[in-house]
Design a protein around this ligand. Structure first.
Ligand code: HEC
Length: 420
């Protein structure tokens, strides 16, 4: 009796497997189509940048956009050059992660091999073009540079400072900060700081190499790192009930790096502010772990060396980390940051195994990362100042030290956090 039941169960199981195989092979034999299989992958992972007004150099929205570039897309996805994502997913994962699964990469490849079928438009899901991992919202306040800046045709990297008064009537909490480059081709990256001294309102387009820069340096910014932007970076949206405070009548200080150009072109960049909604229970604060926290060595990078630095920051209160942003220049080769609790547990923050200056971003955690009081935050970074580093901006290599411009070096980790 029991044997018979078993036998029936076994037969049932075989039948189920056989049926599954059948439907699987039926699915397989049907060619993949753009609207059913490819558009969801592209719209989710590529279109946020590859649409008008965003960082990507061309659109990837419609069947024609994608099929025209299909071979190129197979190549950049297989090599994982696109979507750009530097953080090692085996170490930590993030809300704004942009990564394709191996299956998605294979699906794109199969679709191209099968002849790039468009399929039925009826299969197309929502035609909404996503703009990023966050809800779509209009900014509450927009501040443009006071006047267009004429970018030089001298063919050199150019670092400029701009002051933008906000005339805000009261202290204000922000949910997000966004930078919109005016000249998409030449704005290489930017950093937004704040000032309440009002003593540096004259710095309209001041060059980092200007002889009067010391007057500007006399008034250190209130916030050295309100926000940093590189092409493709999305704003960080701070969690509900929190906000980044900016003071009433604050001035925004914009530091823009313009790429070398052989023709004069204008730039009129814009800073968008999104006000926090609802009651603010916690203020978003930042810690910037800089070169000053390096313990193992002086921050010098002699030519033809590959030095390694370790910075240590002691936490005297319990914090919950919203996002981190690592920063180095062209000689950076790897970057790792983590916390070690008093119980010697390691809390991973970020690991980048192959640093790329061009793809820096803020990494926002899926859930706040709690680091208890008494922990240390450790930053480990290595640099490659040899001729074998293709990103090395100087050939032959020369001795490099700390500095703002890209032929100098930096080692920073910015943490956006709230106190527990
Ligand atoms: C974070 C923004 C961003 C995302 C997301 C993104 N791209 Fe890009 N993409 C860019 C930018 C900026 C460039 C131009 C710079 C470059 O070529 O390195 C680019 C360049 C490219 C190029 C040309 C590469 C070359 O060498 O000229 C291709 C092809 C491409 N992207 C395809 C894709 C595909 C496919 C996806 C999704 C799987 C994707 N991109 C996702 C920003 C993005």
């Amino acid at each position: 009796m029991r044997k018979e039941v078993l036998l029936i169960k076994l037969l049932q199981a075989i039948l189920v497997i056989a049926l599954q195989c059948n439907t699987l092979s039926a699915q397989k034999s049907e060619a993949l189509t753009f609207h059913k299989d490819i558009a969801p992958i592209i719209h989710q992972n590529c279109t946020p940048c590859h649409q008008p007004g965003k960082a990507g150099p061309f659109n990837l929205i419609t069947y024609h956009d994608v099929s025209n570039k299909a071979d190129f897309i197979v190549y950049v996805t297989k090599t994982r050059y696109m979507p750009p994502w530097q953080a090692d997913p085996s170490y930590q994962t993030y809300l704004n992660e942009r990564l394709l699964t191996s299956e998605e990469i294979a699906t794109i490849q199969t679709w191209v091999t099968q002849g790039k079928k468009e399929g039925d438009k009826k299969d197309a899901q929502s035609i909404d073009v996503p703009t990023g991992p966050y809800p779509e919202r209009k900014p509450d306040l927009s501040f443009a540079m006071r006047s267009p800046f004429m970018i030089s045709d001298a063919g050199k990297d150019d670092y400029r400072f701009f002051n933008i008064p906000t005339h805000l009537a009261e202290d204000t909490y922000l949910e997000a900060i966004e930078f919109v480059p005016g000249n998409k081709r030449l704005v290489h990256h930017s950093r937004i700081m704040t000032d309440t001294s009002h003593m540096v309102r004259h710095i309209e387009g001041l060059s980092a190499n200007d002889s009067t820069i010391w007057q500007f340096n006399k008034y250190p910014p209130l916030d050295r790192f309100l926000y940093g932007w590189v092409p493709g970076n999305f704003p960080i949206f701070f969690p509900k009930g929190t906000g980044k405070k900016i003071n009433k009548d604050v001035d925004l200080i914009l530091n823009i790096h313009y790429a070398p150009s052989s023709v004069k072109e204008e730039d009129l960049s814009v800073i968008n502010l999104y006000l926090a909604q609802g009651k603010i229970e916690k203020e978003v604060k930042t810690i910037t772990i800089t070169e000053e926290y390096i313990l193992n060595n002086r921050f010098l990078i002699p030519k033809n060396t590959k030095p390694y630095f370790e910075a240590v920051y002691l936490l005297d209160t319990t914090i919950e980390v919203i996002a981190v942003m690592p920063h180095m220049h062209y000689l950076g080769s790897s970057f790792k940051a983590y916390a070690i609790t008093p119980e010697k547990t390691e809390i991973p923050l970020i690991r980048i195994n192959k640093w790329d200056f061009n793809w820096q971003t803020s990494y926002q955690f899926k859930e706040l990362v709690q680091i208890p009081k008494g922990s240390i935050i450790k930053v480990e970074a290595s640099y490659d100042n040899t001729a074998g580093n293709p990103a090395n901006p100087t050939f032959p290599p020369r001795d490099v030290q700390y500095g703002w411009n890209t032929t100098s070096e930096m080692m920073n980790l910015v943490l956006y956090y709230i106190e527990k």
